[in-house]
Design a protein around this ligand. Structure first.
Ligand SMILES: CC(=O)SCCNC(=O)CCNC(=O)[C@H](O)C(C)(C)COP(=O)(O)OP(=O)(O)OC[C@H]1O[C@@H](n2cnc3c(N)ncnc32)[C@H](O)[C@@H]1OP(=O)(O)O
Length: 422
């Protein structure tokens, strides 16, 4: 089989979308309204197809979009977010994804993107293209009667209050809250107006129809919104007429620990609700520790989530801050030849860069450690430990102490978190 890999034309969108839906096992067909929506929200120049030269049919798909990713310290960098990756089952393992990824990553580097991001469907796919798992997620199921929370007192004692709002109000309050959360959460990505339209039912796509939700806002004593939760209940009862509802949280934004506490307490105080599923949270989220009995919260998912592939090491390392000052020379290998080289990172460079800031430059100086760009992706947001990667053979220490220094420099006190699937 031979295939052309290239950006698609507008007329090829239905065929391309059919390939995405088939790859994701969601549907074999597409509706006209799906195609019209895609046309409106898709940059065709960033939408690649692999076309079988025999049949002319689209057999592979991938697209990217511009994204902002918050890095440690609160700055955000230009990311190329990769999504909708699929190859038809009849054309797999013939190198089509490899060709589409090569085209996408080269284009992203040439556009000036600092890095590329994605949520990996399966773990083994993307490491070969230079991505590393950079932020993970954890989901808990809370056994409400075990929590020790007083269901009669869901109202915060500090004068704050919980207010049920409708979807339109959530759409008004949510974006501002999310922007404030994103500014202090490394690993978080921006949400556009469409994200809120889809999350609040203003817009819907046929393979993911909007399901009604409840929304509650936490306001501080002075009336300012400090948190928002969106949730659904499953309506489950036993045959003996005993309520057994599970609440599924679809989004919970809280700007302060007080707001987190108030929102979780509220959810655990709703009549008929025996279990609360938290939805994907940061791996070090406070939710279990906010309960009088933390064992009431059982981890149901703990997995890799956001993957990062560095394209511009200098800008990436200068964009984030570091917990301590220090200097490290990294020898970065990259089979794709996009980010390889030797770099000197000087953290806490001082001067007008500020104490937590850094300088990074290419250098000929001897390197302290050697690592693949995928390992650097795993270290970048502060989640992974350089010591662990060295133990796994993914970092080679060339100067004694360099791995321990990298660990202290790059890790962050709170772990990164990406709240969004994209
Ligand atoms: C960001 C996102 O959108 S994630 C969604 C990804 N899409 C899916 O998972 C949908 C179902 N899967 C598919 O459509 C395809 O199998 C894809 C897109 C994952 C891979 O496409 P292919 O064209 O088969 O990949 P390609 O032939 O380029 O594979 C390159 C290498 O990766 C390996 N590989 C590809 N996919 C997988 C996988 N799922 N598991 C393990 N290895 C894989 C191949 O074996 C090959 O290895 P090799 O070079 O050692 O032989």
């Amino acid at each position: 089989m031979s295939a052309d890999v290239r950006p698609i034309a507008a007329s090829e969108l239905p065929d391309w979308l059919r390939t995405v839906n088939t790859g994701f096992l969601t549907a074999s067909g597409v509706t006209q309204s799906d195609v019209a929506q895609r046309r409106e929200h898709t940059d065709l120049a960033r939408t690649q197809g692999a076309f079988d030269t025999g049949t002319g049919r689209c057999v592979g798909a991938l697209r990217s979009f511009a994204q902002r990713l918050t890095v440690p310290g609160g700055a955000d960098v230009a990311a190329s977010a990769v999504t909708n990756v699929g190859v038809l089952p009849t054309h797999r393992r013939q190198g089509l994804l490899t060709r589409m990824m090569a085209a996408e990553l080269t284009a992203a580097r040439d556009r000036g993107d600092v890095l590329s991001t994605l949520i990996a469907a399966e773990y083994p796919i993307y490491g070969r293209y230079g991505y590393g798992p950079a932020a993970s997620l954890r989901e808990w199921e809370i056994d409400v009667p075990r929590t020790g929370l007083d269901p009669r007192r869901p109202v915060p004692a500090d004068g704050g209050r919980i207010e049920l709002v409708d979807a339109a109000q959530a759409r008004l309050i949510g974006p501002g809250l999310h922007e404030r959360l994103r500014a202090v959460t490394h690993g978080a990505v921006d949400r556009d107006a469409r994200w809120w339209s889809l999350a609040t039912g203003l817009e819907s796509v046929s393979h993911r129809p909007y399901q009604e939700k409840f929304f509650a806002v936490h306001r501080t004593a002075d009336g300012e919104p400090a948190g928002l939760v969106a949730y659904r209940a499953d309506g489950h009862w036993t045959d003996a007429k005993v309520p057994l509802n599970t609440v599924q949280v679809t989004d919970l934004i809280a700007l302060t620990p007080e707001s987190e506490r108030a929102l979780w307490h509220f959810l655990c105080s709703i009549d008929w609700v025996l279990k609360v599923r938290t939805g994907p949270r940061a791996p070090d989220d406070l939710v279990d520790q906010l309960l009088p009995d933390p064992r009431a919260a059982r981890t149901v998912t703990a997995a890799d989530f956001l993957w990062v592939r560095l394209l511009d090491v200098v800008r990436a390392l200068e964009a984030r801050t570091y917990a301590v000052p220090g200097e490290l020379v990294l020898e970065v290998t990259d089979a794709a030849g996009l980010a390889d080289g030797r770099y000197r990172l000087t953290a806490g460079a001082g001067g007008d860069t500020g104490s937590g800031a850094a300088r990074c430059e290419r250098t000929d100086a001897p390197a302290g450690l050697r690592l693949d760009v995928s390992a650097l992706g795993s270290l970048y947001l502060g989640d992974e430990s350089a010591v662990r990667l060295a133990a796994l053979g993914r970092i080679t220490e060339l100067r004694p102490g360099a791995v321990a220094l990298a660990d202290v420099l790059l890790r962050t006190a709170r772990r990164p978190w990406c709240p969004d699937v994209f």
